[in-house]
Design a protein around this ligand. Structure first.
Ligand code: PMP
Length: 392
């Protein structure tokens, strides 16, 4: 549906102006709402140490590095962040990029070219798809989270000479399920393929001290590259890729979105570093996030929401109709709850959904209020059948 038509029908949900952000609540269009649409999984964007680190970095380095990493734009804070990330992720070396989107559009074209092959999950993020396009390699999609489908696709090209690269989200950004990376690396090994896992939504959330999907399965040594972003659990902006010394040294000189774009600003570098230190030293944020996540999943299942394979703080509430999804998101917002409506091409045509995401700082009362009100709206629109119950 076009933006103009959505606006005329008072259903346009995008570019809402937020004038204050307190992790669990935001002020949107002048009204305080419960925020169940952010990627602020650990709720650390208002952590005092994180904010103070940004302020101090601005005082010391100014507001910008005024250059790209390989010219005048590298500061000691970049190296500190890269070293601590590498240690956390269990890889030899890491480099940081201006955004997570630029990680995928920089790393993929550096790894593969015209006569090579990229195998991607059909639900991989848009930045992975754009990275594939920029690489000119042949892109082959396998069925969502199906190592068997991946293997079949690799069998078809087993006699081909080019490099084979498998790229998967670590936690899928809309459907919220965890990639079966343990099986994917087994298939990769059999077919001599490289693996690259984008842990944008997984770092801070799963794995040892939140180290992401490869750590979750204990396959860090088997994965060639781990990518991610600072714009979610890391409470900042920017991205990274981690791998062996050799591959990262190569990417340092071959990844165009890293080399030819201004480097990560001091304030963002400092806040990512401070958040990383909080995450590594204090598991309580992650544990609270999981307590909230399991509670919300259980309540939603009890009430009868269609939440598919939900198993992480990203919970898709399937509506499966685009116009209805917009209407429902609007009506939920009127009740003081923000969730993201997601329609094609963000998801498949018949998988339109409300993306409900949790943070460590939500209270059980806030979660109850949100679920009860979403249930009431779903019922008004005949998506949910049966009697509504009070959660507590
Ligand atoms: N990868 C995935 C899986 C994502 O969901 C996103 C952002 N939503 C990105 C990469 C891009 O990250 P960034 O916001 O840092 O550009």
């Amino acid at each position: 549906m076009q933006a103009r038509l959505l606006k005329e029908a008072d259903m346009y949900p995008y570019f809402k102006e937020i004038s204050s952000n307190q992790s669990d609540t935001s002020i949107i269009d002048g009204k305080e709402v419960l925020m169940f649409g952010s990627n602020n999984y650990l709720g650390l964007n208002n952590h005092p140490e994180v904010k103070e680190a940004s302020i101090q970095a601005i005082k010391k380095y100014g507001t910008s590095c005024t250059g790209s990493r390989f010219m005048n734009g590298t500061i000691d804070l970049h190296h500190k962040l890269e070293n601590e990330l590498a240690e956390w992720l269990g890889k030899e070396r890491t480099i940081v990029f201006p955004t997570g989107f630029q990680v995928n559009t920089g790393v993929i074209p550096a790894m593969v070219g015209k006569n090579d092959y990229i195998l991607i999950d059909e639900l991989d993020h848009a930045s992975i798809i754009d990275g594939c396009r920029m690489s000119m390699a042949q892109r082959i999609k396998y069925r969502h989270n199906s190592p068997m489908s991946l293997e079949q696709k690799l069998n078809h090209i087993s006699s081909k000479k080019g490099t084979k690269l498998i790229v998967t989200d670590g936690i899928f950004s809309m459907d919220g399920d965890i990639a079966r990376l343990d099986k994917i690396v087994e298939v990769a090994k059999k077919h001599d393929a490289f693996t690259f896992v984008d842990c944008a939504h997984a770092i801070g959330v799963i794995g040892n001290h939140g180290a992401g999907t490869s750590s979750h399965y204990g396959v860090t040594d088997e994965v060639d590259l781990i990518g991610g972003t600072f714009s979610k659990s890391l409470a900042s902006v920017g991205g990274f890729v981690a791998g062996s010394n050799d591959i990262i040294e190569y990417l340092n000189h071959a990844s165009r979105t890293y080399m030819f774009s201004a480097s990560l600003p001091p304030s963002s570098t400092a806040s990512a570093l401070a958040t990383l230190r909080v995450i590594r030293s204090d598991d309580s944020h992650r544990l609270r996030l999981w307590d909230n996540t399991l509670y919300a999943i259980r309540c939603m299942k009890e009430i009868g929401f269609d939440i598919g394979m939900a198993e992480t703080p990203i919970i898709p509430i399937y509506v499966r109709d685009s116009v209805l999804t917009f209407q429902i998101a609007r009506d939920i917002l009127k009740r003081g709850i923000y969730v993201n409506p997601v329609v094609a091409p963000g998801v498949k045509e018949n998988d339109a959904l409300l993306r409900f995401s949790l943070t460590a700082v939500h209270t059980k009362e806030q979660i109850d209020f949100a679920i009860e009100n979403i249930a009431a709206v779903l019922k008004e629109h005949n998506i949910l059948k049966g009697e509504l119950c009070q959660l507590r």
